[in-house]
Design a protein around this ligand. Structure first.
Ligand code: KIV
Ligand code: ZN
Length: 386
């Protein structure tokens, strides 16, 4: 198949920046071990300078978790970089991730620095980090709102200084897919030696477009996508890992790109992150939501029972979803009822099924969901068990 798209997971860094989420070191280690089983390429374990707890967690993950690259975030200053390295240095494959903003709005109001000063700071920070490791990621924060000519200059300087991964964040989720794809295309065309580095994107979901923007960037040549499990992250979150991975897989004849993800670990990873962060997954969330593979209407149930692919574009078993796909309610049809009853061991003749179906509809009018217990009671009361 096609060229690899690297999956950079930032659940433990940007994901932990979700309002209301705070994980201790043991919880982060458990998630990091699961991310390694899922086979992500990079685990961004935290922001070591941010707090002693963050430092300790990054260090523990760096010491223990083998396989993926272990990455720590740092601002483009020597103190942050030194602290990040201290936490990362025992990793089998360490990466320092440096960032500085490049948009005029951030330069003017936040950094209070000129464009030239920021460019020099970025290059100096990268050179400083290079003395520790050759795996250096540079992020131009708020890239999507930056002047493209200036952004290209900064990216070129970052590559010259030794960055090996260039990350183009849509920090405030401002981009739209066609625009963001073209943006990546322009950077690829204009920046000298860009083909010698990994091009990464990091999209936020403020307009609900993080996944779409990331995929547009992949189509335009990006080869690393930064994601978080269940789409966690600052404000409305980051691109959801499971959605990116399953979009690339399901539409592989379009994208022609591969990931190394073990698909059957996706559902378990989502459940674990949800329970440890306390961030519930919305029922209709794509891929891992409770309803993602449930079929309520009779027409859909009938179709799925005849042939799964009539209404399912992904196989829930591939993702590791436990096999309970049909929910019985007032829109359900006879076919679904017959199948569920058969699963419960009640084989119905047509006449018996008619009676059971009428009774079932009565119950369904009163209850949103008719459970297996309801069905058993219904059968025992009304129908002869064959
Ligand atoms: O959203 C952002 O720009 C970030 C950077 C630190 C990569 O999280
Ligand atoms: Zn971010």
């Amino acid at each position: 198949m096609g060229e690899q798209v690297y999956i950079f997971d930032t659940t433990l860094r940007d994901g932990e920046q979700s309002p209301g989420v705070s994980l201790n070191t043991e919880e982060k280690l458990r998630i990091a071990r699961q991310l390694a089983r899922l086979n992500v390429d990079v685990i961004e374990a935290g922001f070591p300078v941010a707090s002693p707890g963050d430092f300790e967690a990054v260090q523990a993950i760096a010491r223990e978790v083998q396989g993926p690259v272990i990455c720590g975030l740092a601002r483009a200053n020597y103190a942050d970089i030194d602290r990040a390295w201290e936490a990362l240095k025992e990793a089998q494959r360490p990466r320092i991730h440096l960032f500085i903003a490049t948009s005029d709005i951030h330069l003017k109001h936040k950094l209070r620095k000129s464009r030239e000063e920021v460019l020099q700071l970025a290059a100096a920070a990268i050179r400083h980090a290079r003395q520790y490791t050759s795996d250096i990621e540079f992020s131009a924060e708020d890239a999507s709102r930056s002047d493209i000519n200036y952004l290209c200059e900064v990216v070129e300087a970052a590559i010259e200084a030794g960055a090996t991964v260039i990350n183009i964040p849509d920090t405030v989720g401002y981009a739209v897919p066609m625009e963001f794809g073209e943006f990546i295309g322009t950077i690829r065309q204009r920046v000298k030696n860009i083909d010698q580095v990994t091009i990464s994107v990091h999209c936020h979901n403020d307009l609900g477009l993080a996944v779409a923007n990331s995929l547009a960037a992949v189509a335009a040549g990006a080869n690393q996508v930064e994601v978080a499990v269940n789409g966690l992250g600052e404000r409305a979150g980051n691109a959801a890992l499971e959605e990116i991975v399953m979009a690339l897989y399901t539409k592989r004849s379009f994208y022609r790109r591969e990931t190394g993800i073990k698909y059957d670990e996706l559902y378990r990873t989502s459940r674990m992150v949800s329970s440890l962060t306390g961030m519930q997954v919305q029922h209709n969330k794509a891929v891992v939501g409770k309803n993602a593979f449930l079929h309520e209407s009779g027409i859909h149930q009938d179709g799925v029972l005849k042939e799964r692919t009539t209404y399912e574009i992904m196989n829930p078993q591939l993702i590791g979803v436990p096999q309970e796909t049909i929910v019985l309610g007032k829109h359900s049809g006879r076919h679904a009822l017959r199948e569920r009853l058969a699963e419960l061991g009640y084989m119905m003749a047509d006449e018996e099924l008619d009676k059971a179906f009428a009774r079932f509809k009565d119950i369904a009018d009163r209850k949103k969901e008719v459970t297996d217990l309801d069905l058993e009671a219904l059968v025992k009361n009304e129908i002869r068990i064959s």
